[in-house]
Write a protein of this length. Structure first.
Length: 764
């Protein structure tokens, strides 16, 4: 459900950031061998002024500009220098490679004027010499009667005008020559200009004529045209090949999908392996392969690909954010919670920046909401409930804003529903069942509406099933078994339908296994041990198949461990102690492996503590009191560590309280009365605190009654203090009377109440 919501949000549109262009340039001194000029101020329109550094380098940033657009020079200042190439740099087109297309060339103040005068004098002499030469030629023609007087006068007048016009251009020509930077011109150009400057104009002209620049330019233009035609042909061929490649890749992916549909994931995987061998640089191939590996539990391969996607030069920022998020899911699935937290944080930073850049863009807000959810999930698994709650509250706030703004958007409605689920789970862990129930009811309401509107959407059906599960768990904790059983049956019905329709879907198979677990638990509480055993056997069978198929998925391994625990409990209640011991040992073995591999995961640590409790119980029943005490001491140690580290987690506090009862019983059996009393009193103290804080939680109320009964029994049978015994038995009697009256379906409450009544009658 969560993956589908994430995918729908993340791939809706192509994202782009607000345009911004950076250009790097350099300030150099004219005719110096490219000597840098530091400390020059460069001012362009639409960019902040910059100062060149010791290497003459500067960087300009143009907001709202992109490659290909023009920018305009406003000023260049450097004490003792003047700008040489103003014409070339006064308007510049922004480049794609962030390199300013032309450098800033400065000359020491006064140097240009000296050069201008030199070039002017040389040009003026050359022009006058040419004028005198042409006049002499006209006179020669007149003397030789090649021209009559009128023709001579007309040609002379024309020659004089031409001379006057060219003389007027000498200033511009001198300035142009003076601004030439020999550091940036070709050797022939430099040699010709130096000959000109030395007054050898004929030689300069001959030098340039010798290379026939017109002819060479013509050849270059022809070559450019030929290359252009080749490039067009190559582009057309490249486009055709790219299109053909896309079609063949689509065929390969379709083949992989068909192999998957035919329940042949090995062949499907081989297709993606082949695609990567063909081209491991294609971003689309990388995305599709990583997604396939992730969804099909090939975590080792997927873990390799997402970092490649993140570093891919063509990956957009939104794709990098997605890759970090999916990478975090892989780390979560393989139990590496610190790594998951790190990459989820990177994903969050990207989404947060995108949202800040455009707070009105719904996609950015949706991505940010999902990042809050991922961070909350990880902090929950790490035991940081306060931090998790903060993230889930923020996730829900954004979800509410999105759904309010876009009530027709099913992805936003689904996201809001998920946020209610997360809040309900967190408040359950914090012991606030009233708030948890409210959020689970809101979760169920939204999912029921979505499923009713889109009955063919399996994600909505799956989410509605999960909502029923959450309601069942909460009503169980509140003591309402009838309602809980109804919700668990609805949960099981939907999951059975989904699994029957999609038997290869691991999420649906896992969901059905969980449904069997809760139905088994409810029937256990109702006293129907035969039915409970059947459900727990189905639960264990499904989890064993999932774990065998996907041994890298720690959730399946943990689920199998829990199934062994449930089977052990049921066989113990049925009197099959040897079978129970076997299941509890298997549960402990898996729990130890999980905790050893992932010591930071508080769920696994909590599970191992429970495994020790069950082993202690069964060894007590078998008469192995020494072994039982060791297991209870290990249980107490783990719960004490968990509660000390996470005092806000009521489950850890309750686990510690229960462990005190167990270890107290063991010390009683071994004759250590004072130690036993100390543990019973601690159990009672914690039970009183839990019940006072959460009076609606039937487990806590029942636990306190059990604590009082332990103390009453101790003072009656071990200390011979009838008054204290009567006081404690009266308290447990009152609590069990209230529980059995409020929850008549609980056989345990009714039996305990009747037992307490008999004890009190015996003390009168």
């Amino acid at each position: 459900m969560k993956n589908a919501a994430l995918t729908l949000l993340l791939f809706l549109v192509f994202l782009t950031l607000q345009a911004q262009k950076t250009q790097r340039g350099m300030v150099r001194e004219q005719n110096s061998g490219k000597k840098p000029v530091p400390g020059a101020q460069v001012v362009f329109s639409e960019a902040n002024p910059v100062i060149s550094d010791n290497d003459g380098l500067f960087t300009l940033t143009f907001p709202r500009k992109k490659a290909g657009e023009w920018v305009f020079l406003e000023d260049v200042q450097k004490s003792g220098y003047e700008l040489v190439n103003k014409k070339e740099i006064e308007q510049v087109k922004l480049s794609a490679d962030e390199r300013l297309g032309v450098d800033v060339i400065l000359a020491p103040a006064g140097k240009l004027d000296v050069a201008r005068r030199e070039y002017y004098d040389i040009s003026d002499k050359a022009l006058l010499a040419g004028f005198e030469r042409e006049k002499k030629a006209l006179r020669d023609k007149l003397q030789k009667s090649q021209l009559n007087q009128q023709e001579y006068e007309e040609k002379f007048e024309s020659l004089q005008k031409q001379y006057d016009q060219q003389q007027q251009q000498l200033t511009q020509l001198a300035d142009k020559f003076a601004r030439v930077n020999f550091d940036d011109v070709s050797p022939v150009y430099q040699e010709a200009l130096e000959l000109y400057k030395a007054g050898h104009i004929g030689q300069a002209i001959a030098k340039l004529e010798s290379i026939d620049p017109a002819k060479r330019t013509e050849e270059i233009i022809k070559e450019e045209k030929r290359i252009g035609e080749i490039e067009k042909e190559l582009d057309a061929r490249r486009t055709a090949l790219e299109e053909e490649k896309r079609r063949q890749i689509a065929n390969l992916k379709l083949l992989a999908d068909m192999y998957s549909a035919d329940f042949d994931p090995t062949k499907a995987e081989a297709q993606y392996d082949q695609l990567l061998r063909l081209d491991s640089t294609d971003l689309e191939i990388l995305w599709d392969a990583a997604w396939f590996y992730k969804e099909n539990h090939r975590y080792d391969k997927a873990l390799v690909l997402y970092p490649v996607i993140i570093q891919h030069p063509k990956a957009e920022e939104w794709q990098v954010g997605n890759a970090y998020s999916f990478w975090g899911e892989l780390h979560t699935s393989t139990g590496n919670l610190p790594a998951a937290l790190e990459v989820y944080s990177r994903s969050f930073n990207i989404y947060d920046n995108l949202h800040r850049s455009n707070p009105e863009k719904s996609l950015y807000k949706g991505n940010l909401a999902i990042s809050y959810e991922k961070l909350g999930d990880t902090h929950t698994a790490l035991g940081h409930l306060d931090q998790a709650l903060t993230f889930f509250v923020k996730r829900s706030r954004l979800g509410q804003e999105l759904y309010a703004a876009y009530p027709q958007n099913v992805a936003f409605k689904n996201g809001l529903a998920i946020s209610y689920e997360k809040l309900g789970e967190t408040y359950t862990e914090l012991g606030n069942l009233g708030q948890a129930l409210t959020f689970f009811e809101d979760f169920s309401k939204l999912m029921a509406e979505l499923y009713a509107a889109y009955p063919q959407n399996v994600d909505f059906k799956n989410s509605l099933a999960i909502a029923y599960d959450k309601l069942g768990e909460t009503y169980t904790a509140l003591g309402n078994l009838d309602q809980a059983l109804t919700f668990f049956e609805d949960f099981s019905k939907l999951m059975a339908e989904l699994y029957a329709a999609y038997p290869k879907n691991t999420d649906f198979k896992n969901g059905l296994a969980v449904a069997c677990q809760y139905l088994g638990h409810t029937h256990t509480v109702l006293g129907n041990l035969g039915q409970a055993l059947t459900f727990f056997e189905d639960f264990s069978k499904l989890m064993a198949e999932l774990y065998a198929a996907y041994p890298q998925d720690i959730a399946f391994k943990n689920g199998l461990a829990i199934s062994y625990e449930k089977l052990g409990e049921t066989h113990s209640a049925l009197g099959n102690l040897d079978q129970a011991l076997t299941f509890f040992e298997e549960r402990s073995r898996l729990g130890q492996e999980l905790y050893a591999a992932y010591p930071q995961n508080v769920i696994f640590k909590n599970g191992l503590a429970i495994a020790y409790e069950k082993l202690g119980d069964i060894h007590t029943a078998l008469g192995n009191l020494g072994q039982a005490l060791i297991f209870f001491e290990n249980e107490t140690r783990l719960f004490a560590e968990l509660y000390a580290a996470y005092p806000q987690n009521v489950n850890f506090k309750n686990g510690l309280a229960v462990s005190y009862s167990q270890i107290g019983d063991a010390h009683i059996a071994l004759g250590n009365l004072e130690q036993a009393l100390s543990f019973f009193e601690e159990r009672s103290r914690l039970g009183q605190e839990l019940y006072a804080a959460y009076p609606q939680n039937v487990d806590f109320k029942n636990g306190l009654a059990i604590a009082y009964s332990r103390l009453g029994w101790f003072y009656r049978d071990k200390k011979s203090d009838p008054e204290k015994a009567r006081l404690y038995f009266q308290q447990c009697y009152t609590l069990w009377e209230e529980l059995s009256t409020a929850y008549p379906a609980y056989a345990e409450f009714r039996n305990n109440f009747e037992w307490a009544k008999k004890v009190l009658d015996g003390l009168k």
